[in-house]
Design a binder for this molecule. Structure first.
Ligand SMILES: NC(=O)c1ccc[n+]([C@@H]2O[C@H](COP(=O)([O-])OP(=O)(O)OC[C@H]3O[C@@H](n4cnc5c(N)ncnc54)[C@H](O)[C@@H]3O)[C@@H](O)[C@H]2O)c1
Length: 254
């Protein structure tokens, strides 16, 4: 799929991996709707990207709100691709320090945002793309975001690891399901990427994280995620696959 001249939606587009992806799409001549929470810096982010970017306020966990954001995206033209970066974690242990059961609310919050939010992005995004004229047999492409926690969740990530593993599990099924519609689905499982999500950590903790990556021994750059996300959009033969982007990192238990 050509980025140039086509319209893409990027959820979580106001920050981090989503903003980096939107930046690459704009640089390649595409148009982008940054879908993010109304409370985000979406307006400022879109302004930085110029006239081919719009902020579309929306919550991926809410059908009506996310649908309205997709309407804004489609005001730019037919939606050809969706890169779904909205998500985050919230620490939960099975038992807390006193031996009390971990919070079911925090478990549910993270599943709802990351896993159900991804299905929402898939189903509402695909419904729009399925109406497109096929170009070389292709109507659209969707990139989801898991995490290496899907494979090596750390202590405290029981909810996040479950949600991200669910996204990995959905990827092949969704690609098979949407194959007859000419819509591809792939997932990126990032390692430790230097976004605002990590910027909140102490410097010595950031240095420790960087040292744990075999090669290159540093945090990943948001543009490295964006590079892969835009490659997936462009490469018509990539489908149904989860790709780790992690410098060969394998997370330790804690
Ligand atoms: N940064 C990393 O190291 C890393 C590693 C693995 C996976 N990830 C995943 O990558 C994705 C993006 O992370 P990031 O580092 O760019 O984080 P970030 O916090 O910089 O950006 C996430 C964006 O998602 C938005 N968002 C949150 N809830 C939303 C909702 N309900 N509806 C719409 N938007 C919502 C936030 O407002 C924010 O702008 C997340 O799914 C995260 O789990 C990140």
């Amino acid at each position: 799929m050509e980025l140039n001249g086509n319209v893409f939606a990027v959820t979580g587009g106001a920050s981090g991996l989503g903003f980096a992806t939107a930046t690459r799409v704009i640089e390649a001549g595409g148009k982008v709707a940054l879908i993010d929470l109304p409370t985000s810096d979406g307006d400022a982010a879109a302004a930085k990207l110029g006239e081919n970017a719009v902020f579309a306020a929306g919550d991926v966990t809410d059908e009506n709100s996310f649908g309205a954001a997709l309407d804004v995206a489609e005001s730019l033209g037919p939606l050809k691709g969706l890169v779904h970066c909205a998500g985050s974690g919230r620490r939960v242990r099975v038992l807390d320090k006193e031996g009390n059961p971990g919070s079911i609310d925090d478990f549910e919050f993270v599943i709802k945002l990351n896993l159900i939010g991804s299905f929402q992005a898939l189903r509402l995004g695909a419904a729009r793309m399925a109406k497109n004229e096929a170009v070389d047999g292709e109507r659209g492409a969707i990139v989801l975001t898991a995490s290496v926690a899907a494979f090596e969740g750390q202590i405290g990530q029981v909810n996040y690891a479950a949600a991200k593993a669910g996204i990995v599990g959905m990827t092949l099924v969704a690609a098979r399901d949407l194959g007859s519609r000419g819509i591809r689905v792939c997932t990126i499982a990032p390692g430790i990427i230097d976004t605002p999500l990590l910027g909140r950590l102490r410097e010595d903790i950031r240095e420790g994280l960087a040292a744990s990556v075999p090669n290159p021994q540093r945090l990943g750059r948001p543009d490295e995620y964006a590079h892969l996300a835009t490659h997936i959009l462009e490469n018509a033969y990539l489908n149904g696959e989860t790709i780790r982007l992690d410098g060969a990192l394998r997370m330790a238990p804690r």
